[in-house]
Design a binder for this molecule. Structure first.
Ligand code: ADP
Ligand code: ASP
Ligand code: MG
Length: 414
C-alpha cells in the first residue's frame, strides 16, 4: 500500500459530472489499496471570474482581500469532491490550506510555502479517509490567507507529496501528458514518455502551463517523481523525474511559448558602474521578474538598456522607472506591449553545437523577426511579436523534427 498525492486541475473539476469522474478515479486508487491525498483547483474558470469580479468593485483591489477571495474557489471544489466521495461510500474530508497545515511567507498573490504541519492530514488518513486539500493556498504565521500564484495548485500537490513522503505525485489535467509543444497551438505535438526536472523547469518557466515552475523545482529538490496524465483517459502519461534519461533521440525536447510579454527601454544611460544596479534593484524589491536584458554597445559614454517583463507588471515598472531615470541621468525611457517569447529547450544543447543557428534559420524562413534573445545552457528564447507565436512555434517544432520519433541525422542510442 502506497501513499499517493493526486492533483486535479480546474478543467477536471469544472462541473458536477466532472467532480464525480474525479471521485471515481480516486476510488480506483483506493481499491488498488493506495492512500490518497487529492489536491484540487477551483472549478473551471472560477479564479478568472473572481479576479474579474474584484476589478468591477475596485480598480486596485487590496492584495489581502484578493487572496482571501481567490482562495474560495478551491474551497468550493474541495468540499464538493468530498461530498461526491461520500456518495460513493468512501469516507473523505476536505481541508483548506490552513487546515492542512500549509504555512507560507507573508506575501500576497505569490507566496512561497515555508513549512507544512502534516498532523491533521496524517490523522485523517489513519482514520481511512481520502484527504482533499484546497490547492494554491496557505496561511501566514499571523493566520492571513495567502495564494501561491496562478497555477499554484501544482505546487501544493508536490509540496504535500514531499512532506508526506508519498510514493509519487500524479497531476491530472485536460491533456494526456507533457507534449513537445502546447498541443492547442501545435497540433502535431507529440506526448513525451518522460522528461527531466531541469528540462521541465525551463519549459514551465517559459510558458508551458502544464506544470507550475515552482512545483517542478520542489519536485527536483525533494526528488518527487511527478506523473502527468489526463483526468479523462487512462492513456499512459509523462513521468517527470531526475533519473538518468536514456540518450534522447531529440536534442531539443520541447518548444514553449509565453504570451503577454512587454519590454521597457531606458535610453541614453550613462556608461558607468552602478547604473544597472540602480535600474534593477527597485524592480527586484517589488518582485518583478525581469528577463531578456540587452545592453547596446556604448557610444559617446551612453548606452541603451532594454529588458522584458510580464505585461501585468508594466504599470509597476513604469512607476519605478520614472524616478530612477532622473536619478541616474538617463535621457528617457519607453515601453512596448504585444510581445511574446518562444523557447527551444533540451539538455543535450550543452554538448550539441548548431541548435541556435537552426532555430534562427527556422524563424527567418517563417518570416518571424527576433526582437531580443536570452539563453541558458539548455534553452534559447526569442522575443517576438505576439501575433507571430503560432507560426514561430510550428516552424521551430518542424525544424527540430519533434513530430517524429527519430531526429533526422541522429540515431537513438538507447
Ligand atoms: P489545469 O487546469 O489542469 O491546471 P492547465 O490549463 O493549467 O490545466 O494546463 C494544461 C494545459 O497546458 C493544456 O490544456 C495545454 O494547452 C497547456 N500546455 C502548454 N504547454 C504544454 C505542453 N508542453 N504539454 C502539454 N500541455 C501544455
Ligand atoms: N485556481 C488557480 C488558478 O487558476 C490555481 C490553480 O488552478 O492551480 O490559477
Ligand atoms: Mg494549471
Amino acid at each position: 500500500m502506497a501513499l499517493i498525492v493526486q492533483k486535479y486541475g480546474g478543467s477536471s473539476v469544472a462541473d458536477a459530472d466532472k467532480i464525480r469522474n474525479v471521485a471515481s478515479r480516486i476510488m480506483t486508487a483506493r481499491k488498488r489499496g493506495d492512500d490518497v491525498v487529492a489536491v484540487v483547483s477551483a472549478m473551471g474558470d472560477t479564479t478568472d471570474m473572481l479576479i474579474a469580479l474584484a476589478h468591477k468593485i475596485s480598480a486596485h483591489p487590496d492584495p489581502r482581500e484578493m487572496d482571501l477571495l481567490m482562495s474560495t474557489g478551491e474551497l468550493v471544489s474541495s468540499a464538493l469532491l468530498a461530498m461526491a466521495l461520500r456518495e460513493m461510500g468512501q469516507e473523505a474530508v476536505s481541508l483548506s490550506g490552513m487546515q492542512a497545515g500549509i504555512r507560507t511567507e507573508a506575501r500576497f498573490g505569490k507566496a512561497r510555502i515555508t513549512g507544512i504541519d502534516p498532523k491533521r492530514m496524517q490523522q485523517e488518513l489513519q482514520a481511512g479517509k481520502v484527504v482533499i486539500v484546497a490547492g494554491f493556498q496557505g496561511v501566514t504565521d499571523d493566520l492571513e490567507v495567502t495564494t501561491l500564484g496562478r497555477g499554484g495548485s501544482d505546487t501544493t500537490a508536490v509540496a504535500l507529496a514531499a512532506q508526506l513522503q508519498a510514493a509519487r505525485c500524479e497531476r491530472f489535467t485536460d491533456v494526456e501528458g507533457v507534449f513537445t509543444a502546447d498541443p492547442r497551438l501545435v497540433p502535431e505535438a507529440r506526448k513525451l514518455k518522460d522528461i527531466s526536472y531541469e528540462e521541465m523547469l525551463e519549459l514551465a518557466s517559459y510558458g508551458a502551463t502544464v506544470m507550475h515552475p515552482r512545483a517542478v523545482e520542489l519536485g527536483a529538490v525533494f526528488r518527487v517523481p511527478i506523473f502527468v496524465g489526463s483526468s479523462f483517459s487512462t492513456a499512459p502519461g509523462t513521468l517527470i523525474h531526475g533519473g538518468a534519461l536514456a540518450e534522447p533521440a531529440h536534442k531539443v525536447r520541447g518548444i514553449a511559448h509565453e504570451m503577454h510579454v512587454a519590454k521597457a527601454s531606458v535610453l541614453g544611460v550613462p556608461d558607468r558602474p552602478g547604473v544597472a544596479a540602480a535600474i534593477f534593484a527597485p524592480l527586484s524589491q517589488q518582485h518583478i521578474r525581469v528577463d531578456s536584458i540587452v545592453q547596446n554597445v556604448s557610444s559617446d559614454g551612453v548606452t541603451d538598456l532594454t529588458f522584458t517583463v510580464a505585461q501585468s507588471d508594466l504599470p509597476g515598472v513604469a512607476k519605478l522607472l520614472a524616478p530612477v531615470v532622473r536619478e541616474i541621468g538617463a535621457k528617457g525611457w519607453h515601453t512596448a506591449e504585444g510581445l511574446a517569447k518562444v523557447s527551444v529547450v533540451g539538455a543535450a544543447m550543452r554538448t550539441t553545437p548548431g541548435i541556435a543557428a537552426r532555430a534562427f534559420r527556422a524563424l527567418q524562413q517563417a518570416e518571424v523577426n527576433i526582437e531580443m534573445l536570452t539563453t541558458s545552457e539548455i534553452r534559447i528564447t526569442c522575443v517576438i511579436s505576439a501575433s507571430h507565436v503560432p507560426q514561430a512555434s510550428r516552424a521551430l517544432h518542424r525544424a527540430f523534427h519533434l513530430e517524429s520519433m527519430e531526429d533526422a541525422g541522429e540515431s537513438r542510442l538507447a
